[in-house]
Design a protein around this ligand. Structure first.
Ligand code: BG6
Ligand code: MG
Length: 216
């Protein structure tokens, strides 16, 4: 599509590799609760909200708790996660991201963040890239997690751009589905086997150019 007017970016796994910190914190919680949590199992948590992630983790461990205890466990995980991400800096921005954001600016294409994480703003601040975004929609502004399209529709609305001129960048299946549900184009960042519903898949932003936006 030649008339792309906005690009909407997921955060975790697209702009920064915070998936590893989410994993470390969930693993620490699992170990405290007395069970193992593997990297393979962690794939199920990508793009999923904090409370839903906890439900999946507890299902893996064969445990169940009342809502109040679950709130406490999620808070504990989040405190560890915040401890990890507080040490982040610009060196953790994934390769090719900054140069692609700059080329979007040069081409007058709007930039929005569409993440379900409530820690988005802290990560953008720590890595020093807040100023690139014309709109920031994060977990504090939405009620429905992906694959619900809310996060992306709110982004398009804030930019005042019709969803059909928007392209979403995502590393999670649920995120690609959210883009489709929003009536937007999508580019998967990662493996084509996992992101097979995307219009196009790139291994990383090192392979991304403005011209590739025209292919979706
Ligand atoms: C998503 C991550 O971006 O945010 C998930 O892919 C995470 O793994 C979710 O659970 C919620 O994040 P947070 O920071 O609000 O717990
Ligand atoms: Mg992601």
């Amino acid at each position: 599509m030649k008339d792309v007017k906005a690009c909407l970016f997921d955060l975790d796994g697209v702009i920064v590799d915070t998936a590893k910190y989410h994993y470390l914190a969930w693993k620490r919680l699992a170990e405290e609760l007395g069970f193992e949590f593997t990297k393979e199992q962690n794939e199920r948590l990508k793009g999923v909200s904090r409370m839903k992630s906890l439900d999946i983790l507890l299902e893996i461990g064969g445990l169940s708790f009342d809502d109040k205890t679950k709130e406490k466990l999620a808070e504990k995980k989040n405190n560890w996660y915040v401890e990890y991400i507080s040490k982040m800096d610009s060196s953790e921005i994934l390769p090719g991201v900054i140069s692609f954001l700059n080329s979007l600016k040069e081409n007058n294409i709007k930039i929005a963040l569409g993440s379900v994480s409530k820690n988005s703003k802290l990560i953008l601040e720590k890595t020093g890239i807040t100023h690139y975004f014309d709109a920031i929609i994060d977990g504090t502004k939405i009620t429905h997690a992906k694959p619900n399209p809310e996060v992306f529709l709110k982004g398009a609305q804030e930019l005042n751009i019709d969803p059909k001129y928007c392209v979403v960048f995502e590393d999670a299946q649920a995120g690609i589905e959210a883009a489709i549900n929003a009536g937007m184009h999508s580019i998967g960042v990662g493996s084509p086997e996992i992101l097979n519903k995307a219009d196009l898949v790139i291994p990383s932003f090192e392979d991304m150019t403005i011209e590739k936006l025209w292919l979706v």
